[in-house]
Design a protein around this ligand. Structure first.
Ligand code: TRP
Ligand code: SF4
Length: 336
């Protein structure tokens, strides 16, 4: 029997190339070897965006469209929406009782999120009780499957650590070995930067969407930072100093050593200008995403079918998660 793997993403809208390189392509490859569950973490989205929910449904649809068009196969893996699983809410409450307050308070990702929120509104009430529970909710997502593996980006590792701590604490308190301590599965690719060289993100306006059209992709790539020492076309460049463009080459042509060697030489010998070099890069990326974008366009014409896929996933997950929840209630001697 295959081992269980689960992961999730917050529905932040259309996904970008950083999601693809850092997480999604990893998920796609893992599908064959594990029993996979991929959840859209809409309750997690509420921890910071509780006052702006009008796009939430569309964002969920957009994330699932991106997942499936990039190769998550609903006939192989299960796709679901977190808030449609009441078992998650129940287990979250139970686990919140056994989680020490100082464990959540020292969560570094949470600290960052709270800081951003506070700076944005200069209003201390913007950090909600629910946000403090973020790591417990994420632990719940994982533990309610008793999943062995969780493929995530490096920024989520601290959360997996807390999940392991909570599993161990539960097992100790109730003298059981019921909860599995899940292991992270890291993608060994560095995080893809935004075209300006900062962390890629929608709010920084430096991202390229998986679903962007070819022209938009090229326009954005042409803005990507190159070797700052290479001012004129006749200057010799150095790929190691090419802060964004060459990193994208490495991410999207990692199996094409020949091309990488060629770019390195042409850059060093000033045989190509940065503009042409980036045009070629845009071509490469557009070619890679052409079938994905086409599939996405087709899928988006049939949202009813997409919703059906999600509904079926929700039902399957509810049944599976209820088994774990029943067992937890039993272990905790809750009222029967
Ligand atoms: N916190 C994750 C993120 O921001 C999303 C997430 C929610 C998740 N639940 C999860 C990831 C469970 C892995 C497993 O990307
Ligand atoms: Fe970067 Fe290409 Fe310009 Fe070299 S030629 S600095 S690799 S964009």
């Amino acid at each position: 029997m295959k081992q269980t793997l689960m992961s999730g993403m917050r529905p932040t809208g259309k996904l970008h190339l950083g999601h693809y390189i850092g997480v999604l392509s990893n998920w796609v490859n893992l599908q064959k070897n594990y029993d996979c569950y991929f959840g859209v973490a809409d309750l997690h989205a509420l921890t910071t965006k509780y006052d702006n929910t009008k796009d939430l449904q569309q964002n969920i649809i957009d994330v699932v469209l991106d997942w499936i068009s990039c190769g998550i196969d609903p006939n192989v893996s299960t796709i679901y929406v977190q808030s449609k699983i009441p078992q998650v809410c129940q287990l979250h409450l139970l686990l919140s009782m056994i989680t020490p307050q100082n464990w959540v308070e020292r969560d570094p990702t949470l600290k960052d999120m709270a800081k951003i929120l506070r700076n944005k509104s200069e209003n201390t009430s913007s950090v909600s009780y629910g946000l403090i529970g973020y790591p417990v909710l994420m632990s719940t997502d994982i533990l309610i499957f008793n999943a062995q593996y969780v493929p995530v980006g490096i920024d989520q590792i601290a959360h997996i650590e807390i999940t392991r701590d909570i599993a161990r604490r539960f097992n100790n308190i109730y003298n059981t070995d019921f909860f599995v301590e899940p292991k992270p599965l890291l993608t060994h690719v560095p995080m893809l930067l935004g075209i300006d060289g900062q962390k890629m993100g929608k709010s920084f306006h430096n991202d390229i969407k998986i679903s962007d059209d070819e022209k938009t992709t090229e326009e954005k790539i042409l803005k990507a930072i190159t070797d700052p020492n290479r001012i004129k076309k006749t200057d010799s460049g150095n790929i190691e100093n090419c802060q964004v463009a060459f990193k994208y080459y490495k991410a999207f042509a990692k199996d094409n050593q020949e091309l990488l060697t060629q770019v390195k030489a042409e850059c060093h010998n000033a045989e190509i200008g940065c503009r042409d070099c980036k045009k070629r890069l845009a071509c490469l990326i557009n070619k890679k995403f052409e079938p994905i974008r086409q599939k996405r366009n087709e899928l988006s014409l049939n949202i009813d079918m997409l919703k059906q896929i999600i509904d079926e996933g929700n039902k399957k997950v509810q049944i599976k998660n209820q088994i774990v929840l029943d067992k937890v209630n039993e272990i905790m001697h809750m009222y029967k």
